[in-house]
Design a protein around this ligand. Structure first.
Ligand SMILES: Nc1ncnc2c1ncn2[C@@H]1O[C@H](COP(=O)(O)OP(=O)(O)O)[C@@H](O)[C@H]1O
Ligand SMILES: [Mg+2]
Length: 279
């Protein structure tokens, strides 16, 4: 048809003009069709990408082993562990003494590296990170709470909580530290040194110190190990509150009562996961 149209036109310039117009029209149609196709394909990928991002586990451990080489003997502390922990979970790790709980926590907290296997934290293979990058992750993304609170003895509660913020170079450290102390109900103990605090209070200061940087994960290794049942219950209430705010909590404990506060219990024995139950 276009041929007939062009033939019917007598003036050569007009013929060329119509031909060019036709080519432009076809090209535009093709171009927009092509563009839509690309967009559609990309949109699929975009959805897939977002889906994967949303579904990506916070912690993904695959076939992880840890061998301590003490020179004389080799201790296999973890054997072929595979597990995933999603953002927002509250997990307990249980097991007898020497079963590898602390070793696993140290690896999850980037304090130690696995001997074999992979550990992805927020999708990043920690094998690919150097020591500086690991310490940055520890400082920004992870809060640690240990059995013994590890507070600096001649430093008051407020200054102890302030410390990680000073490392991170935060300017309004004092205000943030005070907020964190308030959050664990200890604003009136801000000026007290650890020796003037009870075990439970010291542990609450340690929790304030671990959350003051707003970490995604709290790793607590036997946080109530030295506490009576009432102080333990208070610590667990604080953890529950943090977990309700979206903080992922991974806690090692010997005590079933304490583990029952969490929503998932992973049991390990001789360096292997023997059960993994959700509640
Ligand atoms: N730094 C280390 N060097 C050598 N062996 C270690 C070290 N840390 C832990 N172990 C050994 O690894 C095993 C697991 O220890 P650990 O993870 O501390 O267990 P748990 O916390 O369950 O009590 C134990 O046999 C322990 O003696
Ligand atoms: Mg331990």
């Amino acid at each position: 048809m276009i041929y007939l149209v062009i033939r019917s036109i007598r003036v050569i310039h007009v013929q060329v003009f119509v031909l060019l117009f036709f080519v432009k029209f076809v090209f535009q149609r093709f171009y927009s069709y092509f563009f839509l196709r690309v967009l559609r394909v990309l949109r699929g990928d975009l959805f897939l990408f977002l889906f994967i991002r949303v579904r990506m586990s916070l912690i993904e451990i695959k076939n992880l082993s840890k061998v301590y080489n003490t020179g004389v003997v080799k201790v296999q502390a973890l054997k072929n562990i595979s597990l995933c922990i999603d953002s927002g979970e509250f997990v307990s790790i249980m097991g007898p003494s020497g079963s590898g709980k602390s070793t696993l926590m140290n690896i999850i907290g980037c304090l130690d590296r696995p001997s074999e296997g992979t550990y992805l934290l927020e999708g990043i293979d920690i094998k690919t990170l150097n020591d500086n990058q690991l310490s940055e992750i520890r400082n920004k993304r992870i809060g640690f709470v240990f059995q013994s609170h590890n507070l600096l003895p001649r430093t008051n509660a407020l200054e102890n909580v302030e410390l990680p913020l000073l490392y991170a170079g935060v300017s309004d450290a004092k205000e943030m530290a005070m907020e964190a102390l308030k959050d664990v109900g200890l604003e009136n103990r801000a000026n007290h040194n650890p020796a003037e605090l009870s075990g439970g209070e010291s542990q609450r200061v340690a929790i304030a110190r671990s959350v003051v940087t707003n970490p995604a994960i709290i790793l607590a290794d036997e946080p109530t190990g030295n506490l009576d049942s009432q102080a333990s219950a208070e610590i667990m209430k604080i953890f529950l509150r943090l977990n309700n705010r979206g903080v992922t909590i991974i806690m090692v404990t010997h005590e079933k009562d304490i583990a029952n506060y969490s929503k998932r219990i992973i049991s390990i024995k001789d360096g292997e996961v023997i059960s993994d139950k959700f509640f």
